[in-house]
Design a protein around this ligand. Structure first.
Ligand code: SF4
Length: 51
């Protein structure tokens, strides 16, 4: 399990100062089904826009 998740998406509900993700867990998915060829093909599905 990842201990620290750093993230640049600063309009996410879970985003915190220092680029820290404050979610208890995150779910990462591939844009191409179950596999990816590089990091650009992956996405954080836990993302929730700030209200
Ligand atoms: S939930 Fe995902 S998008 Fe939101 S801060 Fe954490 S890693 Fe970034």
């Amino acid at each position: 399990m990842a201990k620290d998740v750093l993230c640049e998406v600063n309009n996410c509900t879970y985003w915190g100062n220092g680029n820290k993700c404050n979610a208890d867990a995150i779910y990462v998915v591939s844009q191409k089904g179950k596999q990816a060829s590089n990091s650009e093909e992956t996405d954080c599905k836990t993302f929730a826009p700030e209200a």
